[in-house]
Design a protein around this ligand. Sequence first.
Ligand code: KIV
Ligand code: ZN
Length: 387
Amino acid sequence: MSANKVHIFDTTLRDGEQVPGCKLNTKEKVELALKLEALGVDIIEAGFPISSPGDFESVSQISAVIKNATVCGLTRAVQKDIEVAAEALKGATRPRIHTGIGSSDNHIKYKFNSTREEILERAVAAVKLARNFVPDVEFYAEDAGRADLEFLARLAEAVIAAGATVVNVPDTTGFCLPHQYAEKMAYLVNNVKNIDKAILSCHCHNDLGLATANSIAGAIAGARQIECTINGIGERAGNTSLEEVVMTIKKHPELNLYTGIDATQLLPMSRLVSETMRMVVQPNKAVVGDNAFSHSSGIHQDGFLKEATTYEIIAPEEVGADTSKIVLTARSGRSALAYRFKNLGYEFNRDDVDTLYGCFLKVADSKKEVKDEDLKALAETHLQVHA
Ligand code: KIV
Ligand code: ZN
C-alpha cells in the first residue's frame, strides 16, 4: 500500500506569532516564509490580514514571493475579514482563505451569544463568500475539541457542500486526550457523507502537553494535514511542534505516512526562529533542544560510545545537528572521560584513566559540567607528576 502524504501547514507566522512579546516585522516574516518554503512546508499561514495594516502587508509581500507553497490568510466568518484577506492574497500563486467560527456550545453561548443553527448558517455563508475569491478555502471549527460530535459532523458536511476544501478540527484549548481526538477524526471520516471532497486537518494546542500526540493520533485516524509551528511556539502553552510531528512520522514508517519536509533543515530553522523571535528554546525540547543529543550519565555514555543507537533514535545529522555531545558531570564514567581525553589529543592507558578519574570526580563534584579547560589542566598535571 502506498504511503499517505500528511500536508504540513505551518502557522509560525500567525498562531506562533501570538506569543506575547514576540512580534515580527514584515521583513522578518518574509525571510522566515522563504525559509519555510525551502524547508518543504506545504502551506504557510502568513497572518491575519484584517488584524492590522502590518499583518496585511506581510501577507501581501509573502504572497508575492512564495511560489511553491500555498499562502494562507486567516479570517473570522465575517464578510469584511474575508474581503480583506482576499485582497492581501491577490498576488499569491496558490492562495488559501482560512475562515471559521466557534463550534462548541461553550463558544456558541459565551462568545457568540448564538445558537447552533445560526453558527451553521454563518459558517456556510463565510465559506461561500471566500470561494468567490479563491478556489482553496479552509474552514476551522474553533474549539472542535470540546464540540458536540454530531453537530461537528453536520457543520463539516455543510461547509464542504458550500465549497470548503479543508476542514480544520482545532483542539483550541488543548483539552483532548489522544484517543479522544482520534475518535473525533474517525467519527468525521465515517459520518460526513461528502468527506471525500475535503482534507481533514489537525490543529492542536499544547495546554496539557499533548499537542503532538493528539496531532499524530488525528493523522492515524485519517487527517491528512497537520497545523504546527517551529519550536511549538504559540498562544499560551503553544501549538503542535513541527519538528516533533515530522520526526515522529519519519521514525514510524509503520504508520504509512510521510511529509515533504527536509528534516536536515529542522535545527537551522529552529535556531533561526528562536533568534528572530528572541525566544529561547528549552534545552530539553524534543528534536531541537540543546540537550537533545547530549549524553551525561555514565551508563548512557558507555552504551552510546559502544553503539550510538543504544540511546539515540535520531542521528544528529538527520535534523541538521553537528554531532552528539558527551557531557562530563559527576554522573559520568571512565569510558566517557577517556573518550573526551582522546578527543583533546591525550591517549591514556587504563591505569592513567583510573587515577585521573578520581581527580575528575573531585572537580565534577564542585561544578555542574567539567569543560575542556578543566580536562586539559587535569591531563597536564597528571603528565607532569607521572613524567
Ligand atoms: O486554535 C484555534 O482554534 C485557531 C483557529 C483560529 C484556527 O488558531
Ligand atoms: Zn490555534
